[in-house]
Design a protein around this ligand. Structure first.
Ligand code: MN
Length: 237
């Protein structure tokens, strides 16, 4: 039996429909996980039942996270937000983390992970970070890499990839700012932007600011190693 990986989708509020880029689903399948897309729920008992049943939680990219979740008012450069997704995702992350079951987040997912556990974000790195920043909203397609990240020695990310630097894609204007107490930085870009975070405990918790699902769609080996590490950690046999 393959581990069941719950994927949190985005909501298109105009069309009133859930959506997930299929590269996310394909990445879980390639890593030999059984993907399921989970709808937003409010009932705590239903959420608890669902979280008992799934083996791993996968957090996808999406729009910005409302700053109220980390105690701030909106900055003028804050983009579109998705309040129902924020509410559901943050609830689910807290519960799943408390169950000590594996979590992997990409892009917005990495930020949601940090915020749910008490961290803070830059609402817009260009407006709020000092110094000259790299281009983090690349103009090329997501299947191509654009900047480098330096991986923290001894980190889970280093163990997964066997590398200390990685070429990644970049499609974000927000980033993690203060990492939650229970998390640590596992990669940074040359300009200081936090590009990956991970748990300190003995279960798999990882967030990357880039989109490994898009790189894996182009058969990137490092991305496959990351997804395989996640899915293997979800395998409880
Ligand atoms: Mn970046």
């Amino acid at each position: 039996m393959q581990p069941v990986i719950g994927i949190i989708p985005s909501m298109d509020n105009e069309e009133k429909s859930y959506y997930v880029h299929p590269d996310n689903v394909e990445a879980i399948k390639k890593a030999e996980g059984l993907p399921i897309i989970i709808p937003f729920m409010e009932d705590s008992e239903q959420i608890n039942q669902l979280l008992q049943w799934i083996d791993g939680l996968y957090l996808t990219g999406g729009v910005d996270i409302a700053p109220k979740w980390y105690g701030e008012e909106p900055h003028p450069k804050l983009g579109r937000v998705d309040p129902p997704r924020d509410e559901f995702e943050i609830t689910v992350i807290k519960k799943f983390y408390a169950l000590q079951k594996p979590i992997f987040g990409v892009c917005r997912g990495s930020q949601a992970l940090n915020v749910a556990l008490g961290g803070k974000m830059f609402q817009d790195i260009y407006a709020q970070m000092d110094g000259e920043l790299l281009q983090h909203q690349q103009k090329s397609l997501a299947g191509y890499t654009s900047h480098q990240v330096k991986i923290t020695p001894g980190s889970l990310l280093e163990k997964l990839t066997g590398k200390t630097t990685l070429q990644v894609n970049s499609r974000h204007h927000q980033a993690n700012r203060l990492v939650a107490e229970e998390l640590q930085v596992s990669a940074k870009a040359q300009d200081g932007v936090i590009e990956a975070i991970e748990g300190k405990g003995d279960f798999f918790v990882l967030g990357v600011q880039w989109h490994p699902e898009s790189l894996l769609a182009k058969n990137d080996e490092d991305s496959l190693k990351i997804y395989k590490g996640f899915v293997q950690a979800c395998n409880h046999e």
